[in-house]
Design a protein around this ligand. Structure first.
Ligand SMILES: Nc1nc2c(c(=O)[nH]1)N[C@H]1C(S)=C(S)[C@@H](COP(=O)(O)O)O[C@H]1N2
Ligand SMILES: [Mo]
Length: 337
């Protein structure tokens, strides 16, 4: 990752505002009455309910998404006692190098990304390979809201309410063969719509590639996201389909996926290819294993002011140890960073 000195324009000078201010729900009353509230969010909402986040533009959603929105399991996983990052920050402070390397570039440039029609290829070591139109690809899945911390390797973090479905559900659909040991993801390559792929940002050998071990991919926390903040994913956040693995540094959560392959060998990932000594395949969030050029012990929780930074301790596995630590028993996390 490039070293970036934060600019004043990168973030707001405000302290974190309680989640309740950003979040208003149609069913708040019913939640209070039934006592299902978790940090102001219900675990389950009525079937016709839609989460409403204040100050969020609904965005132009495809029909399949709007249809699924009415049956989303709202607040299926939540973060307790931490505010949801304002939508404005989550959509204007991004890493998506296909659209430029400045934090504001994806918001400024990703409008050119054409997300409809979109197709996804599933191939490699699977019983049911195929090429699907996104609306067909999505048919089997029930959407859930998953409110997760996102910790970038650059030491900033957010809390984002994603809408997606477990990656394990996809794996069940496509039937990995006994030879499948890893899953590999590929982002769209389209220099016409992606200025970062034309500008000769020579470091990256496009397309962007990421991967997981198969057992990591099966973790109930790993999701494929199609929405956030109660709406369809904005282009700059990886529309129309992206990975979210909340216990790993953000670069593992690959955006705008066009190909998912089950493979026998560990895939060569984009950031590993750029600097293998700085960015590993595992990239598990770990406060005790520093990046060679900066500490990973702490993070800036956005929004964070330049003069009043909102800094907090980074947690092992980004606070998801209980769910994922067992995946790594016997693995030297210092060597396998
Ligand atoms: N294709 C692609 N996916 C990507 C990136 C990228 O540059 N290209 N950046 C990654 C990094 S470094 C981070 S921190 C997250 C940021 O996701 P967000 O902008 O939705 O917060 O996306 C990840 N996925
Ligand atoms: Mo990142």
């Amino acid at each position: 990752m490039l070293i970036k000195v934060p600019k004043a324009s990168d973030c707001h000078e405000s302290d974190v505002t309680p989640e309740s201010i950003y979040l208003s729900r149609r069913n708040v009353l019913s939640v209070a009455v039934t006592g299902l509230a978790v940090s102001g969010l219900p675990r389950w909402a009525a079937a016709d309910d839609v989460a409403r986040y204040a100050d969020v533009e609904p965005g132009k959603a495809p029909v399949w998404f709007s249809e699924k929105l009415s049956s989303v399991k709202w607040g299926a996983v939540v973060v307790k006692d931490e505010a949801i990052t304002p939508f404005k920050d989550a959509t204007h402070y991004n890493n998506f190098y296909e659209f430029g390397t400045d934090k504001g570039d994806p918001a400024a440039n990703a409008g050119t990304l054409k997300t409809e029609p979109w197709s996804v290829v599933v191939d490699g070591e699977v019983g049911k390979p195929g090429r699907y139109a996104l609306e067909d690809f999505m048919k089997p899945y029930q959407l859930e809201e998953r409110i997760y911390r996102l910790r970038c390797v650059e030491a900033w973090s957010m809390v984002i309410p994603w809408i997606g479905f477990p990656l394990s559900a996809l794996l069940k659909e496509v039937e990995p063969t006994s030879k499948a040991r890893f899953i590999r993801f590929e982002t769209l390559q389209d220099p016409k719509s992606m200025p970062g792929q034309r500008s000769g940002f020579a470091l990256i050998d496009w397309p962007y590639i990421e991967g997981l071990r198969l057992d990591e991919a099966m973790s109930p926390l790993a999701i494929l996201a199609v929405g956030m903040y109660g709406r369809v994913l904005p282009n700059q956040n990886g529309a129309p389909l992206r990975l979210v693995v909340p216990w790993k540094y953000g670069f593992k959560s690959i955006k705008s996926i066009v190909r998912i392959s089950l493979v026998g060998e560990q895939p060569k990932t984009t950031w590993q290819s750029i600097a293998a000594d700085e960015y590993g395949f595992y990239a598990n969030v770990n406060p005790t294993v520093d990046h060679p050029r900066w500490t990973q012990a702490r993070e800036r929780r956005l929004p964070s002011g330049l003069f009043k930074p909102n800094v907090r301790d980074t947690q092992l596995f980004n606070g998801y140890s209980e769910e994922v630590a067992s995946l790594y028993t016997g693995l030297d996390l210092r060597k396998n960073y």
